[in-house]
Design a protein around this ligand. Structure first.
Ligand SMILES: [Mg+2]
Ligand SMILES: [Zn+2]
Length: 204
Protein backbone atom coordinates (compact mmCIF):
# COMPACT_ATOMS: atom_id res chain seq x y z
CA UNK A 1 0.00 0.00 0.00
CA UNK A 2 2.75 2.45 1.00
CA UNK A 3 4.71 1.46 -2.03
CA UNK A 4 1.74 2.19 -4.17
CA UNK A 5 1.42 5.70 -2.67
CA UNK A 6 5.10 6.37 -3.24
CA UNK A 7 4.76 5.11 -6.79
CA UNK A 8 1.79 7.39 -7.44
CA UNK A 9 3.64 10.38 -6.02
CA UNK A 10 6.58 9.66 -8.30
CA UNK A 11 4.25 9.37 -11.24
CA UNK A 12 2.59 12.71 -10.46
CA UNK A 13 5.96 14.45 -10.10
CA UNK A 14 7.11 13.00 -13.38
CA UNK A 15 3.96 14.18 -15.12
CA UNK A 16 4.45 17.71 -13.83
CA UNK A 17 8.07 17.76 -14.93
CA UNK A 18 7.40 16.47 -18.42
CA UNK A 19 4.29 18.53 -19.05
CA UNK A 20 4.82 20.67 -22.10
CA UNK A 21 4.38 24.41 -22.00
CA UNK A 22 2.92 26.90 -24.42
CA UNK A 23 5.08 29.47 -26.21
CA UNK A 24 4.68 32.63 -28.24
CA UNK A 25 6.12 32.43 -31.74
CA UNK A 26 6.79 35.86 -33.21
CA UNK A 27 7.87 36.81 -36.69
CA UNK A 28 10.68 39.39 -36.69
CA UNK A 29 10.43 41.98 -39.51
CA UNK A 30 7.14 43.85 -39.39
CA UNK A 31 6.04 42.05 -36.22
CA UNK A 32 8.65 42.27 -33.46
CA UNK A 33 10.32 45.16 -35.29
CA UNK A 34 8.48 47.82 -37.23
CA UNK A 35 10.11 47.60 -40.65
CA UNK A 36 8.38 44.85 -42.66
CA UNK A 37 10.74 44.90 -45.65
CA UNK A 38 14.15 43.26 -45.90
CA UNK A 39 16.27 44.36 -42.96
CA UNK A 40 20.05 44.07 -42.68
CA UNK A 41 21.21 47.27 -40.99
CA UNK A 42 21.13 48.37 -37.37
CA UNK A 43 19.55 51.71 -38.37
CA UNK A 44 16.54 49.81 -39.78
CA UNK A 45 15.67 48.25 -36.41
CA UNK A 46 12.82 49.94 -34.57
CA UNK A 47 10.78 48.34 -31.81
CA UNK A 48 7.52 49.77 -30.55
CA UNK A 49 7.72 50.46 -26.80
CA UNK A 50 4.11 49.25 -26.61
CA UNK A 51 5.07 45.61 -27.01
CA UNK A 52 7.69 45.21 -24.26
CA UNK A 53 5.24 45.28 -21.32
CA UNK A 54 3.50 42.26 -22.85
CA UNK A 55 6.79 40.46 -23.45
CA UNK A 56 7.66 41.08 -19.79
CA UNK A 57 4.41 39.50 -18.67
CA UNK A 58 5.10 36.36 -20.70
CA UNK A 59 8.62 36.29 -19.23
CA UNK A 60 7.13 36.38 -15.73
CA UNK A 61 4.87 33.43 -16.55
CA UNK A 62 7.80 31.45 -17.98
CA UNK A 63 6.17 31.36 -21.39
CA UNK A 64 9.03 31.35 -23.93
CA UNK A 65 9.04 34.07 -26.59
CA UNK A 66 10.55 32.59 -29.73
CA UNK A 67 11.41 34.56 -32.85
CA UNK A 68 11.21 32.62 -36.12
CA UNK A 69 12.29 34.60 -39.16
CA UNK A 70 13.20 34.09 -42.81
CA UNK A 71 16.36 36.06 -43.60
CA UNK A 72 16.91 35.79 -47.37
CA UNK A 73 19.24 38.81 -47.02
CA UNK A 74 21.87 36.22 -46.07
CA UNK A 75 21.16 34.24 -49.26
CA UNK A 76 21.50 37.51 -51.21
CA UNK A 77 24.86 38.21 -49.61
CA UNK A 78 23.74 41.48 -48.03
CA UNK A 79 24.68 40.31 -44.53
CA UNK A 80 26.41 37.28 -43.03
CA UNK A 81 24.86 34.84 -40.57
CA UNK A 82 27.10 36.40 -37.93
CA UNK A 83 25.75 39.80 -38.92
CA UNK A 84 22.19 38.56 -38.39
CA UNK A 85 23.18 37.26 -34.97
CA UNK A 86 24.65 40.67 -34.15
CA UNK A 87 21.37 42.35 -35.13
CA UNK A 88 19.60 39.94 -32.81
CA UNK A 89 21.93 40.90 -29.98
CA UNK A 90 21.09 44.56 -30.64
CA UNK A 91 17.35 43.78 -30.56
CA UNK A 92 17.80 41.78 -27.36
CA UNK A 93 19.77 44.61 -25.74
CA UNK A 94 17.03 47.12 -26.50
CA UNK A 95 14.34 44.80 -25.18
CA UNK A 96 16.39 44.07 -22.05
CA UNK A 97 16.58 47.82 -21.41
CA UNK A 98 12.80 47.64 -21.10
CA UNK A 99 13.22 44.74 -18.65
CA UNK A 100 11.96 42.04 -20.97
CA UNK A 101 13.70 39.39 -23.07
CA UNK A 102 13.41 37.17 -26.12
CA UNK A 103 14.14 33.55 -25.23
CA UNK A 104 15.62 32.66 -28.60
CA UNK A 105 15.97 33.84 -32.19
CA UNK A 106 15.84 31.23 -34.95
CA UNK A 107 16.42 32.26 -38.55
CA UNK A 108 16.52 30.70 -41.99
CA UNK A 109 19.39 32.07 -44.14
CA UNK A 110 18.39 30.09 -47.26
CA UNK A 111 16.49 30.82 -50.45
CA UNK A 112 15.76 28.52 -53.40
CA UNK A 113 17.26 31.16 -55.76
CA UNK A 114 20.04 32.42 -53.50
CA UNK A 115 22.86 34.45 -55.03
CA UNK A 116 25.29 32.68 -52.73
CA UNK A 117 25.46 29.02 -53.67
CA UNK A 118 25.91 27.81 -50.11
CA UNK A 119 22.43 29.09 -49.23
CA UNK A 120 20.67 28.01 -52.43
CA UNK A 121 18.37 25.19 -51.42
CA UNK A 122 14.85 24.10 -50.61
CA UNK A 123 15.43 23.89 -46.90
CA UNK A 124 12.89 22.86 -44.30
CA UNK A 125 13.46 25.95 -42.14
CA UNK A 126 12.11 28.66 -44.45
CA UNK A 127 8.54 29.59 -43.51
CA UNK A 128 5.91 28.43 -44.42
CA UNK A 129 7.89 25.26 -43.62
CA UNK A 130 8.06 24.43 -39.96
CA UNK A 131 11.57 23.11 -39.34
CA UNK A 132 12.36 25.92 -36.93
CA UNK A 133 9.09 25.49 -35.02
CA UNK A 134 9.95 21.83 -34.50
CA UNK A 135 13.48 22.69 -33.40
CA UNK A 136 12.22 25.25 -30.88
CA UNK A 137 9.55 22.86 -29.60
CA UNK A 138 12.24 20.29 -28.86
CA UNK A 139 14.64 22.74 -27.24
CA UNK A 140 12.03 24.44 -25.06
CA UNK A 141 9.72 21.48 -24.42
CA UNK A 142 6.84 23.33 -26.09
CA UNK A 143 3.31 22.10 -26.57
CA UNK A 144 2.62 23.50 -30.03
CA UNK A 145 -1.16 23.06 -29.81
CA UNK A 146 -1.22 25.33 -26.76
CA UNK A 147 1.01 27.94 -28.44
CA UNK A 148 0.31 31.09 -30.44
CA UNK A 149 1.99 32.35 -33.62
CA UNK A 150 1.90 36.05 -34.52
CA UNK A 151 2.98 37.40 -37.91
CA UNK A 152 2.35 39.94 -40.66
CA UNK A 153 2.73 37.72 -43.74
CA UNK A 154 0.76 34.78 -45.10
CA UNK A 155 3.82 32.52 -44.74
CA UNK A 156 3.87 33.20 -40.98
CA UNK A 157 0.24 32.19 -40.56
CA UNK A 158 0.55 29.13 -42.78
CA UNK A 159 3.64 27.97 -40.87
CA UNK A 160 1.94 28.58 -37.51
CA UNK A 161 -1.06 26.55 -38.65
CA UNK A 162 1.02 23.69 -40.03
CA UNK A 163 2.94 23.61 -36.75
CA UNK A 164 -0.38 23.19 -34.95
CA UNK A 165 -0.38 26.54 -33.13
CA UNK A 166 -3.14 29.11 -32.98
CA UNK A 167 -2.47 32.03 -35.30
CA UNK A 168 -2.92 35.79 -35.16
CA UNK A 169 -2.42 37.87 -38.31
CA UNK A 170 -1.62 41.50 -37.63
CA UNK A 171 -2.91 44.33 -39.81
CA UNK A 172 0.33 46.28 -39.47
CA UNK A 173 3.53 45.45 -41.36
CA UNK A 174 2.48 43.59 -44.53
CA UNK A 175 -0.85 42.79 -42.88
CA UNK A 176 -1.21 39.61 -44.94
CA UNK A 177 -1.43 41.69 -48.11
CA UNK A 178 1.36 39.67 -49.75
CA UNK A 179 -1.42 37.10 -50.54
CA UNK A 180 1.20 34.50 -51.37
CA UNK A 181 -0.66 31.74 -49.57
CA UNK A 182 -4.32 31.16 -48.85
CA UNK A 183 -4.68 31.52 -45.12
CA UNK A 184 -7.36 31.51 -42.48
CA UNK A 185 -5.89 32.82 -39.22
CA UNK A 186 -7.93 32.16 -36.08
CA UNK A 187 -7.58 35.79 -35.09
CA UNK A 188 -6.74 39.17 -36.60
CA UNK A 189 -5.28 42.04 -34.55
CA UNK A 190 -4.47 45.62 -35.42
CA UNK A 191 -0.93 45.72 -34.05
CA UNK A 192 1.63 43.39 -32.47
CA UNK A 193 0.78 44.83 -29.04
CA UNK A 194 -2.90 44.03 -29.64
CA UNK A 195 -1.96 40.54 -30.79
CA UNK A 196 0.13 39.94 -27.66
CA UNK A 197 -2.76 41.13 -25.51
CA UNK A 198 -5.03 38.69 -27.31
CA UNK A 199 -2.45 35.91 -26.91
CA UNK A 200 -2.57 36.46 -23.14
CA UNK A 201 -6.30 35.73 -23.21
CA UNK A 202 -5.86 32.72 -25.48
CA UNK A 203 -3.25 31.21 -23.17
CA UNK A 204 -5.31 31.67 -20.01
MG1 LIG B 1 7.29 39.84 -41.30
ZN1 LIG C 1 16.32 27.52 -44.34
Amino acid sequence: MINQVVFLKLLVNKTIKTEKNPAIFLDRDGTLTQRADLTWKKSQIKISPKITPFLRQFNKKNIPIIIITNQPVVARGWISEKGVEKLHQIIQKRIKKQKALINKFYFCPHHPEATIKKYRKNCDCRKPKIGLFKKAAKEFNINLSRSVTIGDMTQDILAGKKAGTKTILINSGHGGRDKKYNISPEYIAKTTADALKLAQKILK
